[in-house]
Ligand binder design. Structure first.
Ligand SMILES: [Ca+2]
Length: 94
C-alpha cells in the first residue's frame, strides 16, 4: 500500500511540475521592450507617445518623448499598463 501511495504522489508532483513549467516562462519573461518601463526607457528614455499627445501631469509636462503613433500603439497593444494615466504617452519620463 505504501508503495502505491508514494508513486501516486510522485506522479502528482510530476504533473504539478509540468504545469508550472508551462506557465513559468511567460510570467518570467521580463526582458522585452514592452514588458515594463525600465526596458522601454532604454530605447526611448522619455517614453513613446502619439504624435500629438500631451503629457497629463500636474507638474512640468514631458515634451521630449519620442513621437511615433505606430510605436506607441504597438507598445499599448503589448502592454496596456505602460500608459497607466492614458494620456497617449507610454512611460513618459523627464
Ligand atoms: Ca502616460
Amino acid at each position: 500500500m505504501h508503495a502505491i501511495k508514494t508513486s501516486v504522489s510522485v506522479a502528482a508532483a510530476a504533473v504539478a511540475a509540468a504545469t508550472l513549467a508551462l506557465i513559468a516562462p511567460a510570467s518570467a519573461h521580463t526582458t522585452g521592450l514592452h514588458d515594463n518601463c525600465t526596458n522601454l526607457n532604454k530605447t526611448w528614455p522619455h517614453g513613446v507617445g502619439l504624435a500629438k499627445a500631451k503629457d497629463r501631469t500636474s507638474g512640468t509636462p514631458v515634451t521630449t518623448f519620442y513621437r511615433n503613433t505606430k510605436a506607441y500603439r504597438a507598445a499599448e497593444g503589448h502592454n496596456g499598463t505602460l500608459d497607466a494615466d492614458n494620456d497617449g504617452i507610454a512611460c513618459e519620463k523627464r
